[in-house]
Design a protein around this ligand. Sequence first.
Ligand code: TMP
Ligand code: ASP
Length: 253
Amino acid sequence: MARRKKIYEGKAKTLYEGPEPGTVVQYFKDDATAFNAEKKDVAEGKGVLNNLLSEFFMTGLTNVGIPNHFLRRLNMREQLVRACEIVPLEVIVRNYAAGSMAQRLGIDEGTQLPRPIVEYCLKDDALGDPLVTEEHIAAFGWATQQDMDDILSLALRVNDFMSGVMFGVGIRLVDFKIEVGRVYEGDFQRLIVADEISPDSCRLWDIESGRKLDKDVFRRDLGSLTDAYSEVANRLGVMPKGATPINRPTLIN
Ligand code: TMP
Ligand code: ASP
């Protein structure tokens, strides 16, 4: 059998050429990294959970009319997505102060923000994904003003959808990051939500206890990352068959 072509290897996922033109296979790894990969570990089962969770969230976005790259899940670790040109920005939406914003502005973590705040970081590992303004984005041509209008609208729509879904299972969506991709349809281009939506890219706190159910568990050494992500998957009803938070998902490669 011919070996498929690897397009890109990231920290948490590997991308392969898809079976049809214009498609890409996303393989979710168990690798966990933080602080620009200064801290690394393997969280057994994380890839399976993120694959299922990202499928769940992206399918939900499709159902409410928010365009995204997800086509279908292929197996426990892989999903087929639309090929797109990734806009070189990390788009962060915050509902409560936490992480780098809490630090940068000296706001207590957990403080509710007056309204959702959207921030942009340049996707550049060598520079540590620095925060940039719309002035930088326009001046350096990373995205046009029309793109920025569309990106803001996508980010806020994703925030409304995700906040509601998570609230329904007793979880607060503190903040999250999305990436946006450009697809071409005839003479037109469109921006769609790409990459993944998972506890790797969100802050999720149990509303009752405040327990963290996201990658901060790993960043801050708060316990088992797989247990935290399993809790999210369980509440949303997307745990792999036969798996419970204690009996972790079997690894099918
Ligand atoms: P921050 O508070 O560390 O800037 O993170 C904001 C949100 O973005 C949080 O939900 C985690 C997510 N995030 C990523 O998905 N990738 C990253 O590389 C970083 C730094 C944050
Ligand atoms: N994703 C980044 C890294 O792998 C940072 C983070 O999520 O904290 O280093």
